[in-house]
Design a protein around this ligand. Structure first.
Ligand SMILES: Nc1ncnc2c1ncn2[C@@H]1O[C@H](COP(=O)(O)OP(=O)(O)OP(=O)(O)O)[C@@H](O)[C@H]1O
Ligand SMILES: [Mg+2]
Length: 120
């Protein structure tokens, strides 16, 4: 199991969510975060007063996936988050030790498999 932690632009999320769901990968969490990449801050001025803004809003998309789904999930994020401009984001891939489904107590890869009674 691997966790994909992707920092993406808000605008790219709807298409990414829809395509992953179509591929059978609907399980994810998102949160609104603020962050900076290698550019650091940028300076804005208001009536002569300059302020440097270090943190910009991004979406953090987290998904724990089976190893066999990792590459295709990363490919979707890469394809749809990419504009070619600075700030497109980053994708981190982190090993996951174990997973537990609280309802059933199941552990391991089975927790990530589609469930027969799961609807859309
Ligand atoms: N090393 C990091 N650790 C944690 N979060 C990061 C890291 N790098 C980037 N991020 C997050 O990803 C967001 C987008 O980063 P960004 O795309 O600007 O990266 P970059 O390395 O500056 O690449 P680019 O040159 O394309 O802008 C940041 O605002 C931050 O939230
Ligand atoms: Mg950047």
């Amino acid at each position: 199991m691997k966790k994909i932690e992707a920092f993406i632009r808000h605008e790219s999320f709807d298409a990414i969510r829809a395509k992953l769901a179509d591929m059978g990968l609907p399980s994810m969490s998102i949160s609104e975060v603020k962050g900076s990449g290698r550019q650091g801050g940028y300076t804005e001025s208001y009536r002569g007063a300059k302020t440097t803004i270090f943190m910009r809003p991004k979406l953090k998309l987290e998904m724990v996936v089976d190893d066999t789904d990792l590459d295709r999930a990363v490919d979707v994020i890469l394809e749809l988050a990419h504009t070619g401009e600075p700030g497109d984001g980053k994708i981190f891939i982190i090993p996951v030790e174990d997973a537990v489904r609280v309802r059933t107590g199941e552990r391991g890869d089975i927790v990530l498999a589609p469930h027969p009674e799961d609807g859309p």
